[in-house]
Design a protein around this ligand. Structure first.
Ligand SMILES: Cc1cc2nc3c(=O)[nH]c(=O)nc-3n(C[C@H](O)[C@H](O)[C@H](O)COP(=O)(O)OP(=O)(O)OC[C@H]3O[C@@H](n4cnc5c(N)ncnc54)[C@H](O)[C@@H]3O)c2cc1C
Length: 373
């Protein structure tokens, strides 16, 4: 079976290493830190798993398949990773992202319902409906415990035979040079280094790394997720969930932040984002208007110009070296399903997906939220 080095044990790299190891490939997974660490994009406490992707059926199918694979990982590892709380989209227009999503979900047979505002109010202890036309409810969507899920993937990979190396790596031709001086070679090398890809491959990877701040508000138990569903406001550039595992109600302004060097640590949140989160809580969840702030997390997005992922062979090394990332703030949920696609591409059973290629891209409608206030 082919040998592979996967550099980066975030959700992209860990899910790929896990699948390849289970397929009997000889896998070495390299990361400078422990899988699911707090500086990685995959290391947070929660990530939304939703199926709506506007009119894009490819991502809808991928997310739906991923749900099954996350459940399989739970069964294999005895861990609770996916909280099926449901998720709602706060639609401000009749003909926007939500309407396109609803059509695509119905065509794909993914459960979805359109709620009028009175019915939607029953889902939250209080819901402010100003500016909303309707609410789109995905009952099978939910929340992934992100750091735990990444660690579970890496653990299963190791159990299936993958070797985990703790080292900082850099490319050396088609090989991998570790900071302890070792030079590793394999039939396939996959660089799945999240926000660090741009610095490792400045000539070929076009990616913006932005600072994104998350706010957790103290709230009484009636705000716990589950049952309180996750939410996304596409046109309002905000998302969040109720209090999962006592973290507090999460409100995340999704306006694309300032450029960030992913090695910056410690980090301070932007006061303007705290103000945005407070205003959003006041608008949508009036009972939380003055809720005390419990904690703040400062993370990074690795954004491509069109928010489509990167999964492409290196132009100089053909099928031997791959660049894999560009999660663009919505990649987590897809991890295990994308790994299946990567298996097909790496083994050359299928040609790579053209829109995940390197090189310039035209800006497209964002697959996350509008990204602007
Ligand atoms: C605030 C926020 C909210 C998000 N919300 C959602 C959501 O609700 N739903 C969703 O699906 N997605 C969401 N995402 C996106 C998702 O989290 C990311 O797309 C995904 O985690 C990216 O994973 P990754 O494996 O590409 O990168 P990472 O998780 O960053 O992993 C990269 C790994 O590579 C390692 N590495 C880097 N360079 C080197 C090197 N030179 N040598 C060795 N190791 C190296 C790093 O240590 C790291 O562990 C969100 C992202 C953020 C930041």
């Amino acid at each position: 079976m082919p040998s592979t080095i996967v550099v980066g044990a975030g959700v992209f790299g860990a899910a790929l290493a896990d699948l390849l190891a289970r397929e009997q490939w000889d896998v070495t997974l390299v990361d400078r830190f422990e899988p699911g660490h707090e500086r990685a994009e995959s290391g947070g406490e929660s990530r939304l798993l939703r199926f709506s992707h506007g009119s894009d059926a490819w991502y809808t199918r991928s997310a739906w398949r991923a749900r099954e694979l996350w459940r399989e990982l739970e069964r294999d590892t005895g861990s609770e990773l996916l909280v099926e709380s449901g998720l709602v989209w706060f639609a401000r227009r009749d003909d926007g992202w939500e309407a396109d999503s609803e059509r695509a979900l119905r065509e794909e047979g993914v459960p979805v319902e359109r709620l009028d505002l009175n019915d939607a109010e029953a889902l939250y202890p209080t819901l402010g409906t100003d500016g909303l036309r309707y609410v789109l409810h995905e009952p099978c969507a939910g929340i992934l415990r992100a750091g735990d899920a990444t660690r579970a993937l890496a653990r299963r990979a190791q159990k299936s035979g993958a070797k985990l190396e703790h080292a900082t790596a850099r490319p050396d031709g088609a090989a991998v040079l570790l900071d302890d001086g070792r030079r590793l070679e394999a039939d396939r090398v996959v660089w799945a280094c999240g926000a660090w890809l741009a610095g490792l491959f400045p000539e070929i990877v076009r990616m913006r790394v932005t600072q994104q701040d998350l706010f957790f508000f103290d709230a009484p138990p009636e705000w716990n997720t589950p049952p309180v569903p996750g939410f996304v406001d596409y046109d309002g550039a905000a998302y969040g969930l109720g209090s999962l595992d006592s973290y507090g109600v999460k409100v995340a302004p999704d306006v694309e932040g300032l450029t960030l060097d992913p090695d910056t640590w410690p980090r301070a949140h932007a006061p303007v984002n705290e103000q945005r989160a407070r205003e959003y809580a006041r608008l949508r969840f009036p009972a939380l208007a003055d809720a005390p702030l419990k904690s703040v997390a400062v993370c990074q997005y690795s954004l491509t110009d069109d928010t489509h992922f990167i999964a492409a062979p290196h132009p100089e090394h053909g099928a031997a070296v791959w660049i894999y990332g560009g999660g663009s703030g919505h990649g987590f949920k897809h991890g295990p399903a994308l790994a299946e696609r990567m298996l097909a591409w790496l083994s050359e059973r299928e040609g790579p997906e053209p829109r995940f290629g390197l090189g310039p891209r035209d800006p497209d409608r964002s697959l996350r939220t509008a990204g602007t206030a």
